[in-house]
Design a protein. Structure first.
Length: 302
């Protein structure tokens, strides 16, 4: 049974992550997405630098995890949010759980029964329905599909990074976050200089108050606070309670996206979203019941 304190932290964490999709979507309409991610991650790195610890013999996994969880995932996710609606992106990020489950089978010795295979299939089918859906804007289907595909690629990178983290047992959670921010900062700055242009001009023309607020929110609230809260909850509660909270995060993200950004919410989105959430929920519950070595239960999705 959750205490009032634990419930408050869990709900606050879900709201923080859910609203983050609106923040990102708003920011990447003003400045290039990888540029925004690089600035955000730089601030996280500066704040987390005191927690860096070099542990010989364990760094390869941490650096690999940092590349996936601090760099590539945000490069794909933020770029995907430039093209997809925030609500569609939030649902697509749920593919982290099916991806992590598949990778756990491949690299961590997990086994898949027919029930989890059914859940995985349902989740992918739901995202596919959303990615192939139409919106009110003429010719936007390809962009929506591209955006959802990029966000799904970001989810895969998170799942891959979680596999590295599962093997990095010598590090505490805040030490991992510190290394991920440093590696991510380097990777994202390289990425924005190679794949994007016009960063300074876009920043000069952007609403400075909004951009500064978005960066602070992404770095302090979504990264440091929400991740710390997630690990704090994992230390006190069964993973079967904490892990499914990601589903509430998605519901909150969709709600904020529809109410604040005016995202379309037609029958296709409802069907695809329910299929994805049902599939992911089924995988999470079955995985928690089996208590297998699955990173989907112990790594936050974002």
């Amino acid at each position: 049974m959750l205490s009032i304190r634990e419930l408050t932290v869990l709900l606050t964490m879900c709201v923080a992550w859910g609203f983050h999709f609106v923040v990102i979507k708003t920011a990447v309409t003003e400045i290039p997405p990888m540029y925004y991610a690089a600035i955000r991650m730089t601030l996280v790195a500066v704040l987390m630098t005191p927690f860096l610890r070099w542990r010989p013999g364990h760094m390869l996994r941490v650096l690999g995890g940092g590349l996936c969880l601090g760099g590539l995932n945000y490069a794909f996710m933020f770029t995907g949010l430039k093209f997809a609606t925030a609500s569609a992106a939030a649902i697509a990020m749920e593919l982290y759980v099916p991806f992590a489950t598949i990778l756990a089978m491949m690299f961590l010795g997990d086994t898949l029964g027919w029930r989890r295979i059914l859940g995985i299939t349902l989740a992918f089918a739901g995202v596919a329905i959303i990615a192939l859906g139409q919106t009110d804007d003429a010719g936007s289907e390809t962009r929506i599909g591209l955006g959802v595909g990029l966000v799904a690629a970001g989810a895969f990178m998170e799942a891959m990074g979680a596999v590295f983290v599962k093997r990095a047992t010598a590090f505490k959670a805040h030490e991992l976050l510190a290394w991920f921010s440093v590696v991510g900062t380097i990777g994202l700055w390289i990425g924005t200089f190679i794949f994007e242009d016009g960063q300074r001009a876009a920043l000069a023309a952007a609403d400075k108050t909004m951009i500064i607020g978005a960066i602070l929110y992404s770095a302090v609230i979504a990264s440091i606070f929400a991740h710390s809260a997630y690990y704090w909850l994992l230390q006190r509660l069964p993973v079967s309670i904490v892990a499914p909270s990601v589903l509430l995060t998605t519901v909150i993200a969709v709600f904020f996206s529809v109410m604040l950004l005016g995202d379309p919410f037609g029958l296709r989105m409802i069907i695809g979203g329910l299929m994805t959430l049902a599939g992911v929920g089924f995988v999470l519950l079955r995985t928690a019941k089996k208590q297998v070595n699955n990173p989907a239960l112990t790594e936050p999705p974002g």
